[in-house]
Design a protein around this ligand. Structure first.
Ligand code: SAM
Ligand code: SF4
Length: 354
C-alpha cells in the first residue's frame, strides 16, 4: 500500500494511520468499540433506479455518480473477500435498484463463491424480478425483500413516480416460484399517502406465508420534509391493526433483526415493524454498509464514512483492506442522533440502500 492515507476523503474525516492505529488481529470476528459483532454488510450496487419513490428520492435534482466512481466487479469482489476475512458472513445487495447492475447474475455467483460468505439476500423493487428470479436463485441468491407500498395501481404509480404494480406482483410470484424465500415485503408508511392501506397490506399475510414489514419513514437527505406531517410510528400501526384484527400474537424478534414481528391470529404469514425512528435497535446493530462508490458507511443515520476505494485503487492487498475494514468496524458509532436532532446530510437513501 502507498503511504497515502487510505481514508483521505472520508466524510467526516476519519484518518487511518497505519503507524498509529493498532493492528487488528486477523482470524477473529470484527468487533466494534462497544463490543458488537459486525458481520452483516449491505452492499449498494448502484445509486440509480428505475423508480423515484417519494420517500427515497426528490422529484428533481438527483445527481448520480459517474460510472468511473463506482467500484468495478473486481474491486467489489476484493472488498468482499477482505470483509469475509474480517468475519462478515451475510451480504444484502441493494441500491438504488440492484437489478440495474450490469451482469448482476454473474456477480451474485461470484459473491456467493467468496469463502466465508454464507448468505446473500437482495432488497429490490421487483421490476426486473419476473425475468431474473430463477437465474438469480440458480446463481446463489438466497432470498429477497420486495418493496410494495400500495395495492392500488394508481397510488402505487404516484408513490413510486411511475412504478407498475402488475410488474411488481409478477416479480413477487416469480420469486416465490423460484424459492427466493421466505419472502419479505416492505412498505414505508407515509402519512396521508398509504397509511390508510395498512389493513389491506397486513391482510396479505393471512393466506400467504410472507412477512409484511412496515417501515417508519426516515428523514434522509432529499426527503426530510416527508416526516414533517409526523412519522407514522409502529406503535400507532399496531394499535390500528389491533383495532381491526383483535390482539396480534407477538412473535418477538431475533437480536439482529430490526423487525419486531407479530401474527394476525390464524394467519400463515407474519407482520413486522421496523421502528428505526421511534424505537431504534442500535444496541443490537450488526451491520455496516458499502456504498456503490466504495465508502464504508458506518451507521445508516449518521454521515461517518471510511474510504475503501482509494485504498483498493492504490493497490492495497486483501489483508491491508481487511485491516481498514476492521478499523472501520471499530469506528462504528453507537447509534443515530435523531433524538438530539442530528440528521444525516451526506447521502440520500438511494445512495445507501436502506
Ligand atoms: N430499490 C430497492 C427497493 O426499493 O427495495 C432497494 C433500495 S431501497 C433504498 C431499500 C429500502 O429502503 C426499501 O425497502 C425502501 O422502502 C427503503 N427506504 C427508502 N427510503 C426510505 C426512507 N426515507 N425511510 C425508510 N425507508 C426507506
Ligand atoms: Fe428506487 Fe428503491 Fe429508492 Fe424506490 S426505494 S426510488 S425503488 S431505490
Amino acid at each position: 500500500m502507498t503511504n497515502e492515507n487510505p481514508m483521505k476523503g472520508a466524510v467526516p474525516l476519519t484518518f487511518y494511520e497505519p503507524q498509529k492505529t493498532p493492528r487488528y488481529a486477523n482470524n477473529v470476528p470484527a468487533l466494534d468499540s462497544y463490543g458488537r459483532r459486525i458481520d452483516y454488510l449491505r452492499v449498494s450496487l448502484t445509486d440509480r433506479c428505475n423508480m423515484r419513490c417519494v420517500y427515497c428520492m426528490p422529484a428533481v435534482g438527483m445527481q448520480f455518480a459517474p460510472r468511473p466512481e463506482l467500484l468495478t466487479n473486481d474491486e467489489l469482489l476484493l472488498a468482499i473477500r477482505a470483509a469475509a476475512a474480517a468475519g462478515f458472513r451475510k451480504l444484502r445487495l441493494t441500491g438504488g435498484e440492484p437489478m440495474l447492475r450490469h451482469g448482476i447474475v454473474d456477480l451474485v455467483r461470484e459473491l456467493k463463491a467468496v469463502p466465508g460468505i454464507e448468505h446473500i439476500a437482495m432488497t429490490t423493487n421487483a421490476l426486473r424480478l419476473r425475468k431474473l428470479a430463477e437465474p438469480l436463485k440458480a446463481a446463489g441468491l438466497d432470498r429477497v425483500n420486495i418493496s410494495i407500498d400500495s395495492l392500488d395501481a394508481q397510488k402505487f404509480r404516484a408513490m413510486t413516480r411511475g412504478g407498475n404494480l402488475d410488474e411488481v406482483w409478477a416479480g413477487i410470484e416469480a420469486a416465490n416460484a423460484a424459492g427466493l424465500t421466505p419472502i419479505k415485503l416492505n412498505a414505508v408508511v407515509v402519512r396521508g399517502m398509504n397509511d390508510d392501506e395498512v389493513i389491506r397490506l397486513a391482510e396479505l399475510t393471512i393466506e400467504r406465508d410472507w412477512e409484511f414489514r412496515f417501515i417508519e419513514v426516515m428523514p434522509l437527505t432529499g426527503v426530510a420534509g416527508l416526516a414533517d406531517e409526523g412519522v407514522v410510528t409502529s406503535a400507532e400501526l399496531v394499535a390500528k391493526l389491533e383495532t381491526h384484527f383483535g390482539g396480534l400474537e407477538s412473535l418477538g424478534h431475533a437480536a439482529s433483526d430490526p423487525a419486531r414481528t407479530y401474527r394476525i391470529p390464524g394467519a400463515r404469514g407474519k407482520i413486522g415493524f421496523i421502528s428505526s425512528v421511534s424505537d431504534p435497535f442500535c444496541a443490537t446493530c450488526n451491520r455496516m454498509r458499502l456504498t456503490a462508490d466504495g465508502r464504508l458507511h458506518l451507521c445508516l443515520l449518521r454521515d461517518n464514512e471510511v474510504d475503501l476505494r482509494s485504498a483498493i485503487r492504490s493497490g492495497a492487498s486483501q489483508s491491508e483492506i481487511e485491516q481498514i475494514i476492521r478499523h472501520a468496524v471499530y469506528l462504528k458509532p453507537w447509534g443515530h442522533g435523531l433524538p438530539e436532532g442530528i440528521k444525516p446530510t451526506l447521502r440520500g437513501m438511494s445512495q445507501l440502500g436502506g
